[in-house]
Design a protein around this ligand. Structure first.
Ligand code: SF4
Ligand code: SF4
Length: 368
């Protein structure tokens, strides 16, 4: 075994010991997918997520130009950990009084911290295992690195990029957190995972806001995940109905994916749901005080939406619920001190009353 194979195997053993189910190595190339990322940015599909458009000193998009942004990187180690828990899917939750928080955000700890801690263990073992490691360069990232992680995950053999744009592994499905270690070492690369979407289009058909504008192409401007988490201020009125009961993120295009039908559940303690976050009560979220928000979501990925965003989303979900029981609360929220919540409550009240009228005429049609 040559030295590169030895170190690659040491890294994979260390990753397994740290709790990662999958580990692979990708070389640093100008992959075709990076050109598509450039086109995606140029077409404005990243919406207001300006961090995606960060550029290096040559003006190139950092995330599409690892070679010029960090020229010392020779290999990208990609580690994946399953975060699926033994809870229902969003498509199985239909109580109108309840909303949906994306599966990845239920955990006891923000996944960035939980994954980064494990990556550091692998990085330390790598440094210990390399003689003359003072010249060795490494960097660990969870979501924040100057690269499109899922492209490297594909070339590291972790899984293929599905038509829903998620990384999917044949055995584990797509409920995977990814972490990467960039290194100056030439490690032994893995083979890319073959695409197994075939003729399936379930994710595209199920997307309620038509955010999957074509296979493998997501328009963030329309994606509920973007709208509920990243978007600040009012959400465009024509997208609100499609948001359904989603209050933080959206799992629909993964819930319907056949590769997630038998996705195993993890026993990792940090990823087990915090109390109340699986299918949360909309009223609770909409009425949450500042103090309660801070307390409940301290160290949680949900904090990213901010209290204002979460309340706005809960109010929109109430409008979509057809539950007239929300009418008095929405009436009160129309005068909320947060103008975004107040305007959303105005919309939700009208939506509820429209539903009421529609139901009334529906009943008439059926009755006669
Ligand atoms: S996350 Fe939801 S809104 Fe976004 S593409 Fe998937 S199904 Fe559509
Ligand atoms: S639902 Fe079908 S098309 Fe979409 S990612 Fe899964 S396998 Fe691919």
């Amino acid at each position: 075994m040559n030295q590169s194979s030895q170190i690659t195997s040491l890294v994979k053993q260390a990753a397994h010991a740290a709790g990662f189910e999958l580990t692979g190595v990708a070389p640093v190339h100008e992959f075709g997918e990076l050109d598509r990322f450039r086109e995606w940015i140029a077409a404005g599909r990243a919406a207001e997520m300006q961090y995606m458009e960060a550029r290096n000193e040559t003006g190139a998009l950092k995330r599409a130009s690892l070679r010029t942004t960090l020229p010392w990187v020779r290999s990208v180690i990609v580690c994946a950990i399953n975060y699926n828990t033994a809870e229902p899917y969003s498509t199985q939750a239909d109580e109108p009084q309840r909303g949906w928080i994306s599966r990845y955000a239920w955990g006891q700890e923000d996944y960035h911290d939980a994954v980064l801690r494990r990556l550091r263990l692998v990085e330390n073992q790598l440094r210990d295992g390399v003689t003359g490691s003072s010249a060795l360069q490494t960097r660990c990232y969870v979501d924040t690195g100057p690269l499109v992680e899922r492209v490297y995950a594909k070339y590291a053999g972790i899984g293929w990029i599905g038509k829903n744009t998620c990384i999917i592994n044949q055995k584990l499905g797509s409920w995977l957190f990814l972490g990467v270690i960039l290194t100056s070492l030439e490690l032994e690369p893995d083979l890319p995972a073959p695409d197994r979407c075939g003729s399936c289009t379930r994710c595209i058909d199920a997307c309620p806001t038509d955010a999957l504008i074509a296979p493998y192409q997501l328009d963030s401007n329309r994606c509920i995940s973007y709208l509920t988490i990243e978007k600040r201020g009012a959400i465009a009125a024509d997208l609100r109905s499609g948001m359904g009961h989603e209050v933080f993120g959206c799992d629909i295009c993964q819930d319907v994916c056949p590769w997630n039908r038998k996705a195993p559940a993890t026993g990792v303690v940090e990823f087990q749901p915090r109390e109340g976050l699986v299918n949360p009560a909309l009223e609770w979220l909409a009425e949450m005080t500042d103090e309660e928000f801070r307390e409940k979501f301290r160290g949680s990925a949900v904090g990213r939406a901010k209290r204002s965003g979460l309340r706005r989303n809960a109010v929109i979900a109430m409008g979509n619920s057809s539950d007239q029981g929300f009418a008095p609360l929405l009436e009160k929220l129309k005068a909320d001190e947060d103008p975004v919540v107040a305007e959303s409550a105005e919309w939700a009240t009208k939506k509820l009353s429209r539903k009421n009228t529609e139901c009334g005429s529906d009943t008439l049609v059926r009755r006669f």
